[in-house]
Design a protein around this ligand. Structure first.
Ligand SMILES: Cc1cc2nc3c(=O)[nH]c(=O)nc-3n(C[C@H](O)[C@H](O)[C@H](O)COP(=O)(O)O)c2cc1C
Length: 412
């Protein structure tokens, strides 16, 4: 499906990448209508979740190709629109408009070099000008007719527009165990539509999955320029050797005291295992609760565990401005993508859950206001296959992977 949209002056690109290891820029965009036809107002969130999943997928794909990939914080959203032609009204006459999301830089190794050079305004604007003045081809096609207008989505998109920012590098703990999933796991990843309500997983397996969600200096976490803002509220149902109940995994030690202060209910806060910052809040069967909170979806109760991703909300927006609202969803999407892949690696299956009731989740913890805010849910367990469905290979070209290198070399 790859198309060339614009041919532009190569000198601008050479100037942009000079003295860096930059291989490519990847811009991610959303068409809100692709989600809002189904989800209405909540679609803005789903688009941001999806961007987070895609950021993780690109970071991991880059790693498998021996490259780095990271979000570029400096580019204003307006420039990303220009770079991708999203602001070309003439190409969207009948079609739904597209919203710029984020820009990732793919580089051979040293990301620091790529970052420094990518935010020098004269070079950036030179590239944008060259693209604007390039030769464009192609037009967006209309997805459907008879749109429902969800004006709230346009309002929130404008209110959270990213002006770009200078971000200082963060220092993540080096994770010597960072391992890349093998590509077959990446390609087989699917969502469970039903879980069996019986199977359990080992505590060791559960802890390994939680460990994989903690930020480190490896992929995909090194694609994000901020320190972790998403914490996990776990509804444990079937983990051998671990009492069912509510658990909390703070993913950033800097947030623990504020989490404790914000959580209004009296909980145990019992450390569970030395290797993880996991604490037990309260024991008990929380299957019905988890199901109810996730729009009564049985998958939230029928797995090993499900979880709510609790964002460090007010403080993050105060620190980085309104556009960071989007970034919080992106981080939750990255966590979701890691969980999907961990589920496949464990021989199980996961499902992202965008449908949940925010305020009742907050009630469970006694959270008041927006200091912390539930943004995304996830569940994991043993899937029940729907025998009415036929599954075709997701990636037809993958059958020929072995020959792929040879074929491209042959062509060149
Ligand atoms: C952000 C997000 C939210 C989702 N929310 C739900 C949900 O609430 N309930 C559900 O059953 N599936 C949910 N899913 C799963 C999607 O339906 C599924 O990803 C989509 O149909 C594509 O199928 P695949 O994941 O198997 O490729 C969600 C997925 C994502 C990425």
């Amino acid at each position: 499906m790859l198309e060339q949209r614009c041919a532009f002056d190569i000198d601008a690109w050479t100037r942009f990448t000079q003295g860096t290891d930059i291989v490519a820029l990847v811009a991610l965009t959303s068409i809100h209508w692709r989600e809002s036809w189904k989800y209405g107002e909540r679609a803005f969130r789903y688009c941001q979740h999806d961007l987070g999943h895609a950021i993780a997928a690109i970071r991991i794909a880059a790693a498998l190709a021996g490259c780095r990939a990271a979000l570029v914080p400096e580019w204003p959203q307006r420039d990303i629109a220009a770079l991708t032609g999203l602001d070309r009204d003439e190409d969207y006459v009948d079609a739904e408009r597209e919203e710029p999301g984020c820009l990732m830089v793919v580089s051979r190794k040293s990301l620091a070099v790529g970052r420094e050079s990518s935010h020098q305004p004269p070079i950036t604007s030179h590239l944008v000008a060259a693209v604007r003045g390039g030769t464009w081809s192609g037009r967006a096609n209309q997805l459907s007719e008879n749109h429902v207008t969800w004006s709230f989505i346009d309002e929130i998109a404008r209110a959270t527009e990213d002006p770009g920012r200078a971000a200082s590098p963060i220092h993540l703990p080096t994770d010597p165990t960072t391992h890349l999933p093998n590509s077959s796991l990446l390609l087989q990843r699917r969502s469970a539509v039903a879980l069996d309500g019986r199977s359990s997983m080992s505590a060791a397996g559960f802890f390994a999955i939680l460990a994989a969600t903690l930020p480190s200096s490896g992929p995909p976490w090194d694609a994000l320029w901020w320190d972790a803002r998403i914490h996990l509220l776990l509804f444990v149902h079937r983990v051998d050797g671990l009492e069912p109940g509510l658990y909390l995994l703070p993913r950033n030690p800097a947030a623990v005291d504020r989490l404790k202060a914000a959580i209004g209910r009296a909980f145990d806060w019992t450390p569970v295992v030395a290797a993880l910052p996991l604490v037990g809040l309260v024991q008990g069967d929380c299957r019905a609760l988890a199901q109810r909170l996730s729009c009564n979806q049985e998958i939230a109760a029928d797995g090993f565990f499900s979880l709510g991703m609790i964002a460090d909300f007010d403080a993050s927006l105060a620190e980085f401005g309104p556009s960071f609202y989007r970034h919080l969803f992106w981080e939750s999407g990255v966590v979701g993508q890691v969980l999907y892949l961990e589920a496949e690696a464990a021989g199980a299956r996961g499902t992202g859950i965008g449908c949940f009731f925010d305020d009742p989740v907050h009630d469970v913890l006694g959270l008041i206001g927006h200091a912390f805010q539930s943004l995304y849910h996830f569940t994991m367990g043993m899937p029940i296959d729907d025998t009415r469905l036929t599954t075709e290979p997701g990636y037809a070209w993958e059958v020929k992977t072995e020959n792929w290198k040879v074929t491209t070399e042959d062509r060149s």
